[in-house]
Design a protein around this ligand. Structure first.
Ligand code: ADP
Ligand code: MG
Length: 480
């Protein structure tokens, strides 16, 4: 039997407001436990929540960015459940009337095509506190600093068909909220988290299978692993004659397994009802237009511009627009090299720079080589001062901090390309004289040996001979 995988994600993004969604307590991360929870966050009697306008504006920004229907009049609802890290006994969320309705965004697949993923809704809600088990033997510590931090929960349609697609979608949303500057996207600190709903069905079957919801996934890599391991479990279970039950499962990254946490609650278990302490949120059209005007160029628009105006491939353009910082670096590099060769700039960033950053575990904004410095290197390739190979040496020297810019390193290390045709001719003559057998074969028709000769000449010149000239001179000498 062939199986099809169906995935829908619920992403929680912490909104980057200074204060909480219903109180004036700070949302800053990392403070001493329980120093940033005020009477409202603690759920003390007699206090009233007051909605943070900034959180509403950020949700609108998100809605506009995914082309969503904004709800003219959205309503906060109480989701009732008991948990020690939620002292009110309920969470303020949105249920029937979320602020952001149906929207969509497109992701790039590995085969170079695009796929549109539907967003069902995105609603505002407050985060809970944290239970801490580690430092408390036989007890649980409660830190309520996070209680009341604003979240936007982004619920997707079950449109993804593989773990890879789910990761691509999650990365797209991650990049989008950071472009919009509504979430810092820090996954270690829990500012961006995801629950994955996973089911399988026989290929060709219309109805969806029963889903399990995977919790506790805190990295892109683990989303992929958790989904794959869960898919395997479900298929095995069904093929052995069993049935998937609808439940919440915890992903354990250390053991790479999912295990049952609890059977899935139904909405009516939560006894949702409109929060009597809060007024409905009525959106003002003028405010929406004001916010629309502040939207930055969004990742997909930027990507399409890079393709159209600069002739980049979908792949290159997608990589370069995956974060705002990376796109900025690319555009700075391009400007620094007078917009001469976008493809060269893209190649150097994607292959060389990102390769080195990845290896060192650094982000683009921590790059030891600035766009200005890399621009200096590429400018010397374009004007034939150095070859691509020497450029890589200079890149490595800059990376290690062995010089302030390309020109000073070229000067110091004597790396300037040899373009004096007399000097190149002398090396070519020597190489031909040393390899009479290959010369004979070449003349007998084995023309692919040209690569061998070029290699020998480049080696003899320590990489400094101009490759185009080497080719030309070799061809001339070999044809008589
Ligand atoms: P709940 O109210 O129980 O959280 P929702 O209907 O809101 O359920 O769906 C939660 C998420 O589960 C959504 O992202 C949705 O796309 C996804 N989903 C729903 N049904 C399935 C299914 N059969 N397989 C995979 N994902 C699903
Ligand atoms: Mg849900």
């Amino acid at each position: 039997m062939e199986w099809e995988v169906v995935i829908g994600l619920e992403i929680h993004a912490q909104l980057a407001t200074k204060s909480k969604i219903f109180s004036s307590a700070s949302t800053a991360y990392g403070a001493q436990p329980n120093t940033q929870a005020c009477a409202v966050d603690l759920g003390l009697p007699g206090v009233l929540p007051v909605l943070n306008e900034e959180a509403v504006k950020m949700a609108i920004k998100f809605g506009l960015a995914i082309d969503a229907e904004l709800t003219q009049r959205s309503v906060f609802a109480r989701k009732n459940y008991f948990y020690p890290d939620s002292p009110k006994g309920y969470q303020i969320s949105q249920f029937e009337l979320p602020i952001v309705g149906k929207g969509h965004l497109s992701i790039e697949l590995e085969d170079g095509t695009e796929k549109v993923i539907g967003v069902t809704r995105a609603h505002l809600e407050e985060d809970a506190g944290k239970s801490m088990h580690e430092d408390f033997h036989g007890q649980t510590g409660i830190d309520l600093n996070r209680a009341g931090t604003p979240l936007i929960e982004i619920v997707s349609e079950p449109d993804m068909r593989s773990a890879k697609e789910a990761v691509a979608y999650m990365k797209k949303i991650h990049s989008l909220v950071r472009y919009l500057e509504i979430c810092d996207g820090n996954m270690q600190e829990g500012s961006f988290r995801c629950d994955a709903n996973v089911s399988v069905r026989p290929v060709g079957q219309e109805e969806y299978g029963t889903r399990a919801e995977l919790k506790n996934i805190n990295s892109f890599r683990n989303v992929e692993r958790a989904i794959n391991i869960e898919v395997e479990r479900q298929i095995e279970l069904i093929e052995d004659g069993g049935q998937v039950v609808q439940e919440t499962r915890l992903y354990d990254a250390d053991k790479n397994e999912t295990r049952s946490m609890r059977s899935k609650e139904e909405a009516n278990d939560y006894r949702y009802f409109p929060d009597p302490d809060l007024l409905p949120v009525v959106l003002d059209l003028a405010m929406i237009e004001e916010i629309r005007a502040t939207l930055p160029e969004l990742p997909n628009a930027k990507r399409d511009r890079f393709i159209k105006d600069m002739g980049l491939s979908l792949y290159d353009a997608s990589v370069l627009t995956s974060s705002r910082e990376l796109a900025d670096y690319f555009e700075q590099l391009l400007a620094k090299t007078d917009n001469k060769d976008p493809k060269l700039c893209a190649n150097w960033i994607i292959t060389t720079l990102l390769g080195a950053l990845n290896k060192a575990g650094l982000e683009i904004d921590e790059s030891p080589i600035s766009a200005e410095q890399l621009g200096g290197v590429l400018a010397r390739i374009s004007d034939n001062t150095i070859s691509g190979k020497i450029a890589k040496q200079i890149f490595d020297a800059l990376w290690k901090g062995e010089g302030k810019d390309a020109d000073s390193i070229i000067e110091e290390k004597g790396l300037k390309q040899v373009t004096d045709s007399g000097a190149i001719e002398a090396i070519v003559d020597e190489v031909l004289a040393n390899n009479p057998g290959q010369v004979e074969q070449f003349k007998a028709g084995k023309e692919q040996l040209i690569g061998f000769f070029v290699g020998q000449v480049m080696k003899a010149s320590k990489g400094k001979a101009n490759p185009a000239q080497v080719n030309e001179i070799l061809k001339a000498k070999l044809s008589n």
